[in-house]
Design a protein around this ligand. Structure first.
Ligand code: G1P
Length: 289
């Protein structure tokens, strides 16, 4: 079955980036020359998905505007003979069909996903979290769709993390199934130190079967008093089985200040126009300090 829809929750407050995010959504913070959310949407497009469902809250209109067609700006750029720039902007507004759903209360990631149930309907879908940027040859989401075509069950992306960082993530325990793939036995959201021996952390990429919605409906508040997606996924893994996939690529936590800086360097080095000059500069900096 084709994965046609991708849910991108963008309702979070972005308190980790204050004061930068006081008046702009954290998803609009720039990496080189585009907001972080654009990298996520481009990954969705490159994975062959047809529609993005943003889960928004108050104060997130800038994200919707970014992907909209700006008639006035387009006209001004055309008149000033800045066709190339105008083309680039039009390209962004034509990337993919985007719809928004409001998360009416800040009740957690599980609740944000549940809010999209009527738009997603009865079909498997992708979820991409805006803080996690992945640099890879094949888009991370596409790698997971290929696995879904084979196993037809829900999948979470995972990455090994140092043991002292497991309490920042959802952690899975499982048995090797095939290369880079595990059959999940257990999952726990932000485990207390010592609560698990596993170092396999959930990264913000999921392919989910629609059965998740009825499970989310019944999920009680968990870690931090929020309705946790991980808790509903644990139930889904018990009922149907579920897989964890160690994706190929490098992940950056753009929701964290250091992770954000690392992402700027990596995406800067890969940039088609600036990459070469930036590489030279980085070398010089490394030599001089
Ligand atoms: C969310 C998920 C968590 C996952 C993480 C990945 O947590 O709840 O399971 O490991 O994203 O970035 P958050 O970082 O939103 O607290």
């Amino acid at each position: 079955m084709n994965i046609r829809k991708a849910v991108i929750p963008v309702a979070g407050l972005g308190t980790r980036f204050l004061p930068a995010t006081k008046a702009i959504p954290k998803e609009m913070l720039t990496i080189v020359d585009r907001p972080t959310i654009q990298y996520i949407v481009e990954e969705v497009v490159a994975s062959g998905i047809e529609q993005v469902i943003l889960v928004t809250s108050e104060g997130k209109a800038a994200i919707e505007n970014h992907f909209d067609y700006d008639f006035v700006l387009d006209n001004i750029l055309q008149k000033k003979n800045k066709e190339r720039l105008a083309e680039e902007l039009n390209h962004i507004s034509n990337l993919i069909d985007i719809v928004s759903v409001r998360q009416k209360k800040p009740l957690g990631l599980g609740h944000a996903i549940w809010s999209t149930r009527n738009v997603v309907g009865d079909e498997p879908f992708a979820v991409l979290l805006g803080d996690d940027l992945v640099l890879s040859d094949e888009p991370c989401c596409h790698q997971m769709i290929s696995l879904f075509d084979e196993v037809h069950e829900s999948i979470v992306a995972i990455q090994r993390v140092p043991k002292d960082q497991t309490s920042n993530y959802g952690i899975i325990e499982g048995q090797p199934y095939k290369k880079r793939t595990y059959k999940i036995d257990r999952m726990v959201e932000k485990p207390a130190p010592g609560a698990t021996d596993s170092d396999m952390a959930i990264i913000g990429r999921y392919i989910l079967r629609p059965e998740i919605f009825s499970l989310l409906e019944k999920t009680e508040p968990g870690h931090g008093g929020e309705i946790q997606l991980t808790d509903a996924l644990l139930e889904l893994s018990r009922q149907r089985g579920m897989y964890a996939y160690e994706f190929e690529g490098t992940r950056f936590d753009a929701g964290d200040k250091l992770g954000y800086l690392k992402a700027i360097i990596a995406f800067g080095l890969r940039h088609s126009e600036l990459g070469e000059a930036f590489r030279k500069h980085i070398k010089q900096v490394a030599e001089n300090f």
